[in-house]
Design a protein. Structure first.
Length: 145
């Protein structure tokens, strides 16, 4: 059984994914890079989190659509994405009175970017490259572990 599941799926004994209708999302992972989404999921596993359901979106607009039907425990978002950036996504999430913990995993490391993120309602910012320990430090208070 996988440690991290993609939203709406669950691995069977053969490692194949079957639709899981009653899945509730633990983490919404938003990044335009499939490779980066996989790396973040690996870091989540390496940080010791087990049995989490992870929803994925390629940009902020797609993530807003997912939030219409899901209530994740935390959102992890990139900053630079096509269609809708991470900061625009965060702004819209907060404008809708959604208080879900929201963090960025981004290569943007300037003090100005960090200040903008926090002043816009982000709970944390992890700078790329990151370690499983970085992920554990921000997720443990939210998800427990």
């Amino acid at each position: 059984m996988p440690i991290v599941k993609v939203l709406g799926t669950q691995a069977n004994d053969a490692g194949k994914y079957d639709r899981k209708e009653d899945a509730s999302m633990d983490i919404l992972l938003v990044d335009d890079s499939k490779t980066m989404r996989l790396l973040v999921q690996r870091a989540i596993r390496q940080a010791g989190f087990r049995g989490l359901v992870v929803g994925e979106a390629e940009n902020g607009a797609q993530a807003l659509e997912k939030l219409r039907g899901e209530k994740p425990k935390v959102i992890l978002s990139d900053w630079n994405m096509p269609e809708m950036s991470g900061i625009d996504f965060l702004t819209q999430v907060r404008a809708s009175q959604n208080k879900v913990p929201f963090g960025f995993i981004t290569s943007e490391a300037s003090a100005q970017i960090k200040d903008l993120a926090m002043n816009s309602g982000a709970n944390f910012l992890i700078t790329k490259p990151f370690t499983p320990e970085d992920v554990q430090a921000v997720l443990s208070p939210i998800l427990g572990a």
